[in-house]
Write a protein that binds this ligand. Structure first.
Ligand SMILES: Nc1ncnc2c1ncn2[C@@H]1O[C@H](COP(=O)(O)OP(=O)(O)OP(=O)(O)O)[C@@H](O)[C@H]1O
Length: 330
């Protein structure tokens, strides 16, 4: 027998008759649980909606198994931390600043958004929004401009996640008077002093992030969770493409599927390949071509409006030739 408390905690008291809502009011949010209480963690997890966010993450994002596992581990850490608090066990709040490393289009921003939502549901962030910035949003061009610029961004991000993309551009080793250093100093302070209200995620290519952290030990020591985003396999890119296509209300004909796969196999080897972002761009281009084809043809029924055909992936010239024109288009 269990009884949900207002805070989502379910108390079991071994050896005592099960309480009901009538004979025992649920404990207040800040009421400390007695030492012999037993908390049903699965119930707490489900009440906070954690399972829901994790299930959505799993459903909406193809692959990324190691990332999903780390997100789940962090969620478990926070659930247990909250539960310990309810027993009056006081400890510093877990450090939640993170680094997300991986190539472009591997899902870093998307996972950061889900993480923000998760942290909100677990009560670690007030708002759970995401503010994504790059160096230009933080660093000014003239003396005295950086501090107010960074402060403004930090203010906007309070209660949520500050996502610093391509974080290594903040630090320019070759220029010791670079204003980026000033932004880093401010972020360091905020990461230490506002841990309860802001989570900072530094994102970028893995090798450059390693150098960035090596040059900034202060930052590195404040980042507790490092999540590595691997490149997608062709099969995963194909599934990502299918998801995107159906989310837009289209479908690939059988022949289009084969052409799409062939396209991806070539595309991953071309310069400026950007994983799922390149897939999104390919889908958008196919959508554009399909529309133009239909208008040229002059009439369309429902089936034709939703179907992407091979020629929507193929340009007028042969595939291999076209791949050279794909360069630089993402
Ligand atoms: N695993 C995935 N499954 C489905 N869609 C994905 C997946 N990963 C990324 N996407 C989609 O691909 C696009 C790019 O992803 P996202 O912006 O999160 O990547 P990123 O790593 O932050 O890239 P960048 O570093 O270039 O900003 C988004 O539209 C996102 O929804």
């Amino acid at each position: 027998m269990s009884e949900p408390g207002r805070s989502g905690f379910v108390m079991h008291r071994p050896g005592s008759p099960a309480a009901t809502a009538q004979d025992e009011p649920p404990p207040a949010e800040d009421a400390e649980l007695p030492g012999d209480a037993v908390v049903d963690l699965a119930e707490v997890r489900s009440r906070a909606g954690v399972g829901e966010v994790l299930a959505e993450l799993d459903r909406d994002l193809v692959g990324l198994a190691p990332v999903k596992r780390r997100v789940e581990e962090i969620a478990a850490l926070l659930l247990v931390d909250r539960t310990r608090e309810r027993f009056g066990i006081r400890a510093a709040r877990p450090n939640l600043h993170m680094s997300f490393t991986g190539n472009p289009g591997t899902g870093k921003t998307t996972v950061a958004l889900r993480m923000a939502e998760l942290l909100k549901r677990l009560g670690y962030l007030r708002r759970g929004h995401l503010v994504a910035v790059t160096r230009d949003d933080l660093v000014g061009q003239y003396v005295g401009h950086t501090a107010p610029k960074t402060a403004e961004v930090v203010k906007r991000a309070m209660g949520g996640v500050l996502f610093v993309d391509e974080a290594y551009y903040l630090y320019r080793a070759e220029n010791e008077r670079d204003y980026g250093q000033e932004a880093i100093e401010i972020l360091l302070q905020v990461m230490e002093n506002n841990r309860d209200d802001l989570v900072v995620v530094f994102a970028g290519y893995a090798d450059r992030m390693d150098d960035f952290f090596a040059s900034n030990p202060g930052l590195s020591s404040r980042v507790a969770h490092h999540l590595a985003f691997p490149d997608y396999t062709v099969a995963e890119l194909e599934r990502i493409g299918q998801l995107m296509v159906s989310a837009l209300g289209y479908e690939l004909s059988g022949a289009a599927r084969a052409v799409f796969r062939e396209y991806l196999e070539l595309r991953v080897r071309r310069p400026r390949f950007a994983n799922a972002r390149s897939v999104r761009n390919a889908v958008e281009r196919a959508r554009l071509r399909q529309a133009n084809r239909l208008v040229r043809e002059g009439a369309a029924d429902r089936a034709r409006l939703v179907r992407i055909e091979p020629e929507d992936f193929l340009a007028s010239t042969v595939f291999a030739d076209r791949m050279s024109t794909v360069e630089g288009t993402g």
